[in-house]
Structures are given as structure tokens and as C-alpha cells.
Design a protein around this ligand. Structure first.
Ligand SMILES: [Fe+2]
Length: 152
């Protein structure tokens, strides 16, 4: 296990989480229309989840002798709910990618693997939930209709 490479990768995870705090909070601020009541809270919850992960990762970096990053990546913005949800899916998918990369570097350190797997599990839940939300309802209806036809 290369400790400095791992700290760099954890800092990449941390920068992604800081991006999430700003991007999700912005989505919570700007989302408008009939679904605002539902999605504003949902986006703020996601911002809180990102902050929670940032805290865990930052504490871990310090425990490993590193310095946590205060940087973040560019924030994607939109005033369209569908676009905001697509950006959220992209964000969660990238989180799965960076934590998976960190896990590869953590090989041999059981406790660190468990620590990263716990976060990775939540990132994947985010991907799964957004994938379910973003499914095309017409395609879903069509596939339910066709399987109902087969059964009937
Ligand atoms: Fe996260």
C-alpha cells in the first residue's frame, strides 16, 4: 500500500464531496415548480450526505498524516429538474468510481477497506435511486404492458 498515493486519492474523493456540498445545495436553492416541495429537501439531504462523507474522509486523511484538501471541482448548475437529476446521477456515478479507485489502492488494509466500502455502498445507493427516478415512465409502462400481455 502506497500511503502517499492513497492520501492523494482520498483527497480526490474529498474534493468530489466538497463539490457535492455546493452542487446539491445550489440545486436545493434553485429548483422551482410543482416538484420544489419534494426535491428541494431531497437535494439538501444529498448535500448533507456529501458533507458527512467529506467529514469522514477528511478525518481519515489527517489520521494517515495527510492534509485534507479545501478545493472542489467545478459545480454544474441548471434550473431544470430533469437536468438537475441527470447531473446528480453523474455526480453519484463519479463518486462510485473514485471510491472504487481508492479501494484498489487500499489493498491489504482491512480496516480502511471496510471504511471505504461503507461509503461506496451509500454512493451506489444514490446511483440506484436516481436511475429508478430517471427511468422513462412510458418505457416502463410499455414493458409492464408487454409482460402483462405475455402472462394473459
Ligand atoms: Fe459521498
Amino acid at each position: 500500500m502506497d500511503k502517499s498515493k492513497l492520501i492523494d486519492k482520498l483527497n480526490e474523493c474529498l474534493r468530489h464531496e466538497w463539490t457535492g456540498v455546493a452542487q446539491y445545495a445550489q440545486a436545493g436553492f434553485v429548483v422551482a415548480g410543482l416538484w420544489r416541495e419534494v426535491y428541494s429537501d431531497k437535494f439538501f439531504d444529498s448535500a448533507k450526505e456529501s458533507f458527512g462523507h467529506a467529514k469522514l474522509v477528511g478525518e481519515k486523511i489527517v489520521a494517515m498524516g495527510g492534509v485534507p484538501s479545501v478545493e472542489r471541482n467545478p459545480v454544474k448548475q441548471s434550473d431544470d429538474l430533469q437536468e438537475l437529476l441527470k447531473m446528480a446521477l453523474e455526480f453519484e456515478s463519479k463518486a462510485v468510481k473514485v471510491y472504487s479507485e481508492a479501494l484498489e489502492l487500499a489493498e491489504g488494509d482491512r480496516a480502511l477497506i471496510v471504511f471505504l466500502e461503507d461509503i461506496l455502498k451509500e454512493e451506489q445507493e444514490g446511483v440506484d435511486e436516481l436511475t429508478r427516478i430517471l427511468r422513462d415512465p412510458k418505457a416502463v409502462a410499455a414493458s409492464i404492458g408487454s409482460s402483462a400481455t405475455k402472462v394473459g
